[in-house]
Design a protein around this ligand. Structure first.
Ligand code: ACO
Length: 320
Protein backbone atom coordinates (compact mmCIF):
# COMPACT_ATOMS: atom_id res chain seq x y z
CA UNK A 1 0.00 0.00 0.00
CA UNK A 2 1.28 3.46 -0.89
CA UNK A 3 -0.03 6.95 -1.72
CA UNK A 4 -1.51 8.01 -5.07
CA UNK A 5 -2.42 11.45 -6.35
CA UNK A 6 -6.11 11.05 -7.20
CA UNK A 7 -6.97 14.64 -8.13
CA UNK A 8 -5.29 17.95 -8.97
CA UNK A 9 -6.36 21.57 -9.34
CA UNK A 10 -4.90 25.02 -9.67
CA UNK A 11 -5.86 28.67 -9.63
CA UNK A 12 -3.97 31.74 -10.81
CA UNK A 13 -5.12 35.36 -10.65
CA UNK A 14 -6.39 36.92 -13.88
CA UNK A 15 -4.18 40.00 -13.72
CA UNK A 16 -1.09 39.57 -15.91
CA UNK A 17 2.09 41.62 -15.64
CA UNK A 18 4.46 41.27 -18.59
CA UNK A 19 8.19 41.93 -18.64
CA UNK A 20 7.46 45.07 -20.65
CA UNK A 21 5.07 46.21 -17.91
CA UNK A 22 7.93 45.86 -15.40
CA UNK A 23 10.28 47.80 -17.67
CA UNK A 24 7.88 50.76 -17.32
CA UNK A 25 9.00 51.31 -13.71
CA UNK A 26 12.21 49.25 -13.34
CA UNK A 27 15.60 49.48 -15.02
CA UNK A 28 15.15 46.15 -16.83
CA UNK A 29 14.01 44.76 -20.19
CA UNK A 30 11.97 41.92 -21.64
CA UNK A 31 15.14 40.69 -23.34
CA UNK A 32 17.19 40.54 -20.09
CA UNK A 33 14.46 38.76 -18.13
CA UNK A 34 13.70 36.23 -20.92
CA UNK A 35 17.35 35.46 -21.55
CA UNK A 36 18.38 35.08 -17.87
CA UNK A 37 15.26 33.31 -16.60
CA UNK A 38 12.86 32.24 -19.38
CA UNK A 39 10.05 34.23 -17.73
CA UNK A 40 7.77 36.30 -20.02
CA UNK A 41 4.93 37.24 -17.70
CA UNK A 42 3.42 36.45 -14.30
CA UNK A 43 -0.09 36.46 -12.81
CA UNK A 44 -0.42 38.88 -9.89
CA UNK A 45 -3.01 38.90 -7.12
CA UNK A 46 -4.98 42.14 -6.82
CA UNK A 47 -6.78 41.32 -3.56
CA UNK A 48 -7.87 37.72 -3.26
CA UNK A 49 -5.05 36.56 -1.01
CA UNK A 50 -3.29 33.27 -0.33
CA UNK A 51 -6.23 31.54 1.40
CA UNK A 52 -8.85 32.28 -1.26
CA UNK A 53 -6.52 31.11 -4.04
CA UNK A 54 -5.71 27.97 -2.04
CA UNK A 55 -9.42 27.27 -1.53
CA UNK A 56 -10.19 27.64 -5.23
CA UNK A 57 -7.33 25.30 -6.28
CA UNK A 58 -8.43 22.82 -3.58
CA UNK A 59 -12.06 22.78 -4.75
CA UNK A 60 -10.85 22.02 -8.27
CA UNK A 61 -8.60 19.20 -7.01
CA UNK A 62 -11.42 17.69 -4.95
CA UNK A 63 -13.78 17.82 -7.93
CA UNK A 64 -11.09 16.25 -10.12
CA UNK A 65 -10.63 13.47 -7.54
CA UNK A 66 -14.38 12.82 -7.53
CA UNK A 67 -14.57 12.62 -3.73
CA UNK A 68 -16.64 14.41 -1.11
CA UNK A 69 -14.66 17.08 0.82
CA UNK A 70 -15.88 15.36 3.98
CA UNK A 71 -13.65 12.36 3.21
CA UNK A 72 -10.50 14.43 3.78
CA UNK A 73 -8.67 13.53 7.02
CA UNK A 74 -5.80 16.01 6.84
CA UNK A 75 -5.18 19.33 5.08
CA UNK A 76 -1.63 20.62 4.67
CA UNK A 77 -1.20 24.12 3.28
CA UNK A 78 2.32 24.83 2.08
CA UNK A 79 2.92 28.56 2.10
CA UNK A 80 5.41 31.20 3.18
CA UNK A 81 2.94 34.00 2.46
CA UNK A 82 -0.05 33.20 4.70
CA UNK A 83 -2.65 35.97 4.94
CA UNK A 84 -2.81 35.73 8.73
CA UNK A 85 -0.51 34.47 11.48
CA UNK A 86 -3.46 32.44 12.78
CA UNK A 87 -5.81 30.74 12.18
CA UNK A 88 -3.69 28.76 9.77
CA UNK A 89 -4.35 28.78 6.03
CA UNK A 90 -5.28 25.08 5.99
CA UNK A 91 -8.10 25.62 8.50
CA UNK A 92 -9.48 28.49 6.42
CA UNK A 93 -9.32 26.29 3.31
CA UNK A 94 -11.15 23.61 5.29
CA UNK A 95 -13.95 26.06 6.02
CA UNK A 96 -14.23 27.02 2.33
CA UNK A 97 -14.36 23.48 1.01
CA UNK A 98 -16.94 22.28 3.55
CA UNK A 99 -15.07 19.92 5.87
CA UNK A 100 -15.31 20.14 9.64
CA UNK A 101 -13.14 17.40 11.02
CA UNK A 102 -9.78 17.17 9.21
CA UNK A 103 -6.55 18.06 11.02
CA UNK A 104 -5.22 21.27 9.46
CA UNK A 105 -1.83 22.87 9.52
CA UNK A 106 0.48 25.05 7.46
CA UNK A 107 3.96 24.09 6.47
CA UNK A 108 6.62 26.60 5.48
CA UNK A 109 9.46 25.21 3.41
CA UNK A 110 9.36 28.10 0.91
CA UNK A 111 9.58 26.82 -2.68
CA UNK A 112 9.99 23.20 -1.51
CA UNK A 113 6.75 23.46 0.47
CA UNK A 114 4.53 21.38 -1.80
CA UNK A 115 7.07 18.53 -1.96
CA UNK A 116 7.44 18.60 1.84
CA UNK A 117 3.63 18.57 2.11
CA UNK A 118 3.21 15.68 -0.30
CA UNK A 119 5.92 13.62 1.38
CA UNK A 120 4.38 14.35 4.78
CA UNK A 121 0.97 13.24 3.48
CA UNK A 122 2.62 10.03 2.29
CA UNK A 123 4.05 9.49 5.80
CA UNK A 124 0.58 9.92 7.34
CA UNK A 125 -1.00 7.53 4.85
CA UNK A 126 1.78 4.94 5.17
CA UNK A 127 1.40 4.96 8.96
CA UNK A 128 -2.43 4.66 8.67
CA UNK A 129 -2.92 8.00 10.44
CA UNK A 130 -4.89 9.30 7.43
CA UNK A 131 -6.60 7.83 4.37
CA UNK A 132 -7.21 10.94 2.28
CA UNK A 133 -5.12 14.11 2.40
CA UNK A 134 -5.39 17.48 0.66
CA UNK A 135 -2.04 19.17 0.00
CA UNK A 136 -2.19 22.72 -1.32
CA UNK A 137 0.61 25.14 -2.15
CA UNK A 138 -0.48 28.77 -2.36
CA UNK A 139 1.55 31.98 -2.49
CA UNK A 140 1.18 35.71 -2.98
CA UNK A 141 4.86 36.30 -3.66
CA UNK A 142 3.95 39.76 -5.00
CA UNK A 143 3.53 40.91 -1.37
CA UNK A 144 6.93 39.57 -0.35
CA UNK A 145 9.12 41.11 -3.02
CA UNK A 146 10.27 44.71 -3.20
CA UNK A 147 8.94 45.99 -6.52
CA UNK A 148 11.89 48.41 -6.67
CA UNK A 149 14.46 45.59 -6.50
CA UNK A 150 14.96 44.37 -10.06
CA UNK A 151 17.21 41.50 -8.94
CA UNK A 152 14.30 39.70 -7.20
CA UNK A 153 10.87 41.04 -8.16
CA UNK A 154 11.11 40.08 -11.84
CA UNK A 155 11.27 36.40 -10.87
CA UNK A 156 8.03 35.86 -8.97
CA UNK A 157 4.29 35.43 -9.50
CA UNK A 158 1.19 34.42 -7.54
CA UNK A 159 -1.02 31.32 -7.63
CA UNK A 160 -2.09 28.08 -6.00
CA UNK A 161 -1.99 24.39 -6.84
CA UNK A 162 -3.46 21.42 -4.98
CA UNK A 163 -3.50 17.64 -4.97
CA UNK A 164 -5.74 15.13 -3.24
CA UNK A 165 -3.84 11.98 -2.26
CA UNK A 166 -5.17 8.68 -0.97
CA UNK A 167 -4.04 5.18 -0.05
CA UNK A 168 -3.67 2.95 -3.12
CA UNK A 169 -1.69 -0.01 -4.43
CA UNK A 170 0.49 2.10 -6.76
CA UNK A 171 1.78 5.65 -6.51
CA UNK A 172 4.68 7.07 -4.51
CA UNK A 173 7.78 4.87 -4.72
CA UNK A 174 10.41 7.01 -2.99
CA UNK A 175 10.72 10.35 -1.21
CA UNK A 176 13.60 12.52 -0.12
CA UNK A 177 13.80 15.78 1.85
CA UNK A 178 16.58 17.84 3.37
CA UNK A 179 17.62 21.28 4.59
CA UNK A 180 20.77 23.24 5.38
CA UNK A 181 19.95 26.04 7.78
CA UNK A 182 23.54 27.27 7.74
CA UNK A 183 22.73 28.83 4.38
CA UNK A 184 19.50 30.47 5.55
CA UNK A 185 20.55 33.99 4.69
CA UNK A 186 21.04 33.24 0.97
CA UNK A 187 17.33 33.78 0.49
CA UNK A 188 15.43 35.31 3.37
CA UNK A 189 12.54 37.51 4.39
CA UNK A 190 12.57 38.98 7.92
CA UNK A 191 8.93 40.01 8.17
CA UNK A 192 7.45 42.07 10.91
CA UNK A 193 9.46 43.27 13.93
CA UNK A 194 8.89 41.63 17.32
CA UNK A 195 7.30 44.15 19.69
CA UNK A 196 6.08 43.63 23.20
CA UNK A 197 6.04 45.42 26.54
CA UNK A 198 9.48 43.91 27.26
CA UNK A 199 11.10 43.85 23.86
CA UNK A 200 11.43 46.14 20.90
CA UNK A 201 13.32 45.18 17.78
CA UNK A 202 14.78 47.58 15.27
CA UNK A 203 12.74 47.88 12.06
CA UNK A 204 13.19 44.81 9.88
CA UNK A 205 13.12 44.48 6.12
CA UNK A 206 9.67 43.15 5.19
CA UNK A 207 10.88 42.20 1.72
CA UNK A 208 12.78 39.23 0.40
CA UNK A 209 16.54 39.47 -0.02
CA UNK A 210 18.36 36.97 -2.18
CA UNK A 211 21.85 36.19 -3.39
CA UNK A 212 20.74 35.02 -6.84
CA UNK A 213 24.04 33.52 -7.89
CA UNK A 214 24.35 31.47 -4.69
CA UNK A 215 20.79 30.16 -5.09
CA UNK A 216 21.59 29.31 -8.69
CA UNK A 217 24.76 27.39 -7.74
CA UNK A 218 22.93 25.55 -4.95
CA UNK A 219 20.05 24.55 -7.25
CA UNK A 220 22.11 23.26 -10.16
CA UNK A 221 24.14 21.06 -7.79
CA UNK A 222 21.58 19.98 -5.20
CA UNK A 223 18.60 19.22 -7.44
CA UNK A 224 20.31 16.67 -9.73
CA UNK A 225 22.11 15.13 -6.71
CA UNK A 226 18.77 14.76 -4.90
CA UNK A 227 17.03 13.25 -7.92
CA UNK A 228 19.92 10.81 -8.47
CA UNK A 229 19.67 9.72 -4.80
CA UNK A 230 15.89 9.36 -5.09
CA UNK A 231 16.14 7.19 -8.19
CA UNK A 232 18.87 5.03 -6.71
CA UNK A 233 16.72 4.46 -3.58
CA UNK A 234 14.03 3.01 -5.85
CA UNK A 235 16.41 1.29 -8.28
CA UNK A 236 14.94 3.29 -11.19
CA UNK A 237 17.07 4.65 -14.06
CA UNK A 238 16.84 8.33 -15.01
CA UNK A 239 15.70 7.30 -18.49
CA UNK A 240 12.74 5.38 -17.06
CA UNK A 241 11.15 8.60 -15.80
CA UNK A 242 8.74 10.16 -18.31
CA UNK A 243 8.17 13.55 -16.60
CA UNK A 244 10.46 15.59 -14.37
CA UNK A 245 8.24 18.22 -12.79
CA UNK A 246 10.65 20.68 -11.22
CA UNK A 247 10.08 23.82 -9.19
CA UNK A 248 9.73 26.56 -11.80
CA UNK A 249 12.37 29.09 -10.76
CA UNK A 250 14.55 29.59 -13.82
CA UNK A 251 14.69 27.83 -17.19
CA UNK A 252 18.50 27.78 -17.05
CA UNK A 253 18.39 25.87 -13.75
CA UNK A 254 16.03 23.28 -15.27
CA UNK A 255 18.20 22.95 -18.40
CA UNK A 256 21.27 22.41 -16.22
CA UNK A 257 19.51 19.70 -14.17
CA UNK A 258 18.44 17.94 -17.39
CA UNK A 259 22.01 18.03 -18.67
CA UNK A 260 23.49 16.68 -15.45
CA UNK A 261 20.98 13.82 -15.40
CA UNK A 262 21.55 13.12 -19.14
CA UNK A 263 17.83 13.35 -19.77
CA UNK A 264 16.37 15.27 -22.77
CA UNK A 265 14.79 18.66 -21.98
CA UNK A 266 11.46 17.51 -23.46
CA UNK A 267 10.95 15.44 -20.29
CA UNK A 268 11.14 18.64 -18.21
CA UNK A 269 7.87 20.49 -18.83
CA UNK A 270 8.01 24.25 -18.26
CA UNK A 271 5.37 26.88 -17.52
CA UNK A 272 7.50 29.50 -15.79
CA UNK A 273 7.33 31.61 -18.96
CA UNK A 274 3.65 32.22 -18.09
CA UNK A 275 3.66 32.30 -14.27
CA UNK A 276 7.21 33.09 -13.09
CA UNK A 277 8.28 31.50 -9.81
CA UNK A 278 5.17 30.87 -7.69
CA UNK A 279 7.17 29.22 -4.88
CA UNK A 280 5.20 26.40 -3.18
CA UNK A 281 2.52 26.61 -5.88
CA UNK A 282 4.75 26.03 -8.90
CA UNK A 283 4.97 22.22 -8.84
CA UNK A 284 1.22 21.58 -8.25
CA UNK A 285 0.20 24.17 -10.88
CA UNK A 286 2.36 22.44 -13.48
CA UNK A 287 1.22 19.00 -12.31
CA UNK A 288 -2.42 20.01 -12.73
CA UNK A 289 -1.82 21.45 -16.20
CA UNK A 290 -0.19 18.18 -17.31
CA UNK A 291 -2.92 16.10 -15.66
CA UNK A 292 -5.68 18.05 -17.38
CA UNK A 293 -4.08 18.18 -20.82
CA UNK A 294 -3.62 14.40 -20.83
CA UNK A 295 0.20 14.44 -20.77
CA UNK A 296 0.30 12.19 -17.70
CA UNK A 297 -0.63 8.62 -18.57
CA UNK A 298 -1.43 5.90 -16.08
CA UNK A 299 1.79 3.98 -15.42
CA UNK A 300 4.11 6.90 -16.32
CA UNK A 301 6.99 7.39 -13.92
CA UNK A 302 7.01 10.97 -12.59
CA UNK A 303 9.56 12.84 -10.47
CA UNK A 304 8.57 16.00 -8.60
CA UNK A 305 11.42 18.10 -7.21
CA UNK A 306 11.80 21.42 -5.43
CA UNK A 307 14.35 23.66 -3.76
CA UNK A 308 14.18 26.95 -1.96
CA UNK A 309 14.75 29.08 1.09
CA UNK A 310 15.97 27.32 4.20
CA UNK A 311 17.85 26.14 2.26
CA UNK A 312 15.44 23.28 1.61
CA UNK A 313 15.15 20.61 -1.03
CA UNK A 314 13.01 17.57 -1.69
CA UNK A 315 11.78 15.16 -4.34
CA UNK A 316 9.17 12.47 -4.88
CA UNK A 317 9.16 9.55 -7.32
CA UNK A 318 5.80 8.05 -8.27
CA UNK A 319 3.99 5.95 -10.79
CA UNK A 320 1.07 7.97 -12.14
N1 ACO B 1 17.29 43.61 -15.37
C1 ACO B 1 18.45 44.05 -15.88
N2 ACO B 1 19.63 43.86 -15.29
C2 ACO B 1 19.63 43.21 -14.12
C3 ACO B 1 18.45 42.74 -13.52
C4 ACO B 1 17.25 42.96 -14.19
N3 ACO B 1 16.07 42.54 -13.72
N4 ACO B 1 18.77 42.12 -12.37
C5 ACO B 1 20.11 42.20 -12.23
N5 ACO B 1 20.62 42.88 -13.29
C6 ACO B 1 22.02 43.19 -13.55
C7 ACO B 1 22.90 43.16 -12.33
O1 ACO B 1 22.85 44.40 -11.66
C8 ACO B 1 24.26 42.88 -12.93
O2 ACO B 1 24.76 44.08 -13.43
P1 ACO B 1 26.34 44.40 -13.38
O3 ACO B 1 26.99 43.32 -14.21
O4 ACO B 1 26.42 45.75 -13.97
O5 ACO B 1 26.71 44.32 -11.93
C9 ACO B 1 23.95 41.98 -14.12
O6 ACO B 1 22.55 42.17 -14.42
C10 ACO B 1 24.20 40.51 -13.86
O7 ACO B 1 23.61 40.18 -12.60
P2 ACO B 1 23.70 38.72 -12.02
O8 ACO B 1 23.07 38.70 -10.67
O9 ACO B 1 25.11 38.24 -12.16
O10 ACO B 1 22.78 37.93 -13.07
P3 ACO B 1 22.56 36.38 -13.18
O11 ACO B 1 22.95 35.92 -14.52
O12 ACO B 1 23.10 35.65 -11.99
O13 ACO B 1 20.98 36.30 -13.13
C11 ACO B 1 19.25 35.70 -11.62
C12 ACO B 1 20.29 36.74 -11.99
C13 ACO B 1 18.24 35.60 -12.75
C14 ACO B 1 18.55 36.18 -10.35
C15 ACO B 1 19.93 34.32 -11.39
O14 ACO B 1 21.03 34.47 -10.53
C16 ACO B 1 18.99 33.31 -10.83
O15 ACO B 1 18.01 32.94 -11.45
N6 ACO B 1 19.29 32.79 -9.63
C17 ACO B 1 18.41 31.85 -8.99
C18 ACO B 1 17.38 32.63 -8.25
C19 ACO B 1 16.20 31.79 -7.89
O16 ACO B 1 15.84 30.87 -8.57
N7 ACO B 1 15.59 32.19 -6.78
C20 ACO B 1 14.42 31.61 -6.31
C21 ACO B 1 14.68 30.22 -5.83
S1 ACO B 1 14.33 29.97 -4.20
C22 ACO B 1 12.79 30.25 -4.14
O17 ACO B 1 12.14 29.94 -5.10
C23 ACO B 1 12.18 31.00 -3.00
Amino acid sequence: MTTRIIGTGHFVPEHIVTNDDLAQFLDTSDEWIKERTGIRRRHIDTGMGTTAMAAEASKRAIENAGISPKEIDLIIAATSTADEIFPNTAAMVQREIGNDRAACYDLNAACTGFIYGLNTAHAFISSHMAKTVLVVGSETMSRTVDWEDRSTCILFGDGAGAAVVAADDAGIEAVIMGSDGRKGEIIACDGRPAQSRWMSQAPRNPYMVMNGQEVFKFAVKKVPETIAQLLSQAGVGAEEVRHYILHQANERIIASVAKRLHVPMERFPINLDEYGNTSAASVPILLDELNRNGALKRGDRVVLAGFGAGLTWGATLMTW
